[in-house]
Design a protein around this ligand. Sequence first.
Ligand SMILES: [Zn+2]
Length: 472
Amino acid sequence: MKNFQILKGEEVFGHRGLNTAIGGALTVFDAEAEINVVPAITATAGSAGSLSAKGWKKLSAEILESVKSNLAGVDGIYVSLHGAMGADGELDPEGFLLEEIRRLAGQHIPIVISLDLHGILTDLMIRQVDGLTIYHTYPHIDFADTGMRAAKLLLRIVAKEVIPVITRCAIPALVRGDELITETGCYGDLICQCQQLEQEGIVLAAGIMIGNPFTDVPELCSQVLVLTDGKKEAVTRIVLQLAQDFWALRHRMQSKLINLETAIKEADLIDAPVVFTDAADATSSGASGDSNIILHKLIEKNYSRRVLAQIVDPVAAAASHAAGVGAEVGLRLGGGIDLDRFVPLQVKARVRLLSDGTARLETMKSALNAGPTAVLEFENITLVVISNSVNLFDRAIYYSNGLNPKEFDLIIVKSPHTEHHMYDAWVARNFNIDVPGATSANLRSLGHTICNRPIFPLDDDVEFIATPSFYC
Ligand SMILES: [Zn+2]
């Protein structure tokens, strides 16, 4: 629960001008003189493990209390959700919240939500809402745009211009890998069709959600979602075709991972910067960020070029702060959170720089608070040690600690992907390393026990017959 940043009432307007879904929605609402926005509450946290049952109870009560006390005279409700939350004892947190918001608001106040394409949109969630919009980009950059589309849709529903019908086709497949990058991958080609349907006004909204393989809940799947003004047979055919096309591409949409030792050997031969992508320890996907497996192996194999990396280790960060800049400290690095997977790395390091760990994401511009942070140097390695798990899918934490990735030969990135210009545009090669971690792209290694089976690629011989569901 302490991971959540809560904004209440007028504080929510702090999103104005930010590339967030709420920021985008506010742009639309603010442009209409007759719209009066009643800001309720926002609760945001970086990805992590499941929220405790106690934390979930407190958080959901706080959210619903805020909705309840702000409902008087409201004509429409916009809810910005990620959609893949995990909470102990609640397999559908967003479904619970929306069901309760619907109960508080009654049947006649329109509710429109916006979602991350990694969300797990459940039947319960869809039954509570009048409309929805979904991100069209991965890596995500269209946060504000998705909020704008949701706000515009809500205003049209409130004005009784449109009565949306949601057509959904669930696909029993989990996907990962480079083909998910919308600018270059085959998933992006399908998303382009969704965008075209929206832009040409054929549909009110369209998108393809791929779920989050690390949130093991019953309705985990991929799904095509299209909203039309009334039911449209021609659009139903398009939904089914998109689902079939997605299914046909499922084998391509898996990660191609490389063995760590092989990657080190190959990297050693390249006279230009390379990236080692550690998607298995991606904090933005919910991993602990304390993996040191790649560092361990680089040292063991005597890799001698300049390495830049990040790690979540509040104990080492505190010890570095206590020692001060310039001091040499003996530390056990990493392996302090995911104890089953990682073993601390014993090093003697020099403290090069200390900071409070604040930064702003490069694209979204939202604040990061990594807590007490230390830049350490040992052997050929420069390591940023942070105290809190924050998103590491861009270069914000490096930049804010005076480090330029371009000055290194091997950069470890704890994110499945980054925006193209951040690394891929200038590195010689990006290796997707096959190492253990809570968010490994090796999906079979994750050990799902709850999600509906069979599902590709967890099971063999999965069959799929595209079938539409309609929600009016
Ligand atoms: Zn996402």
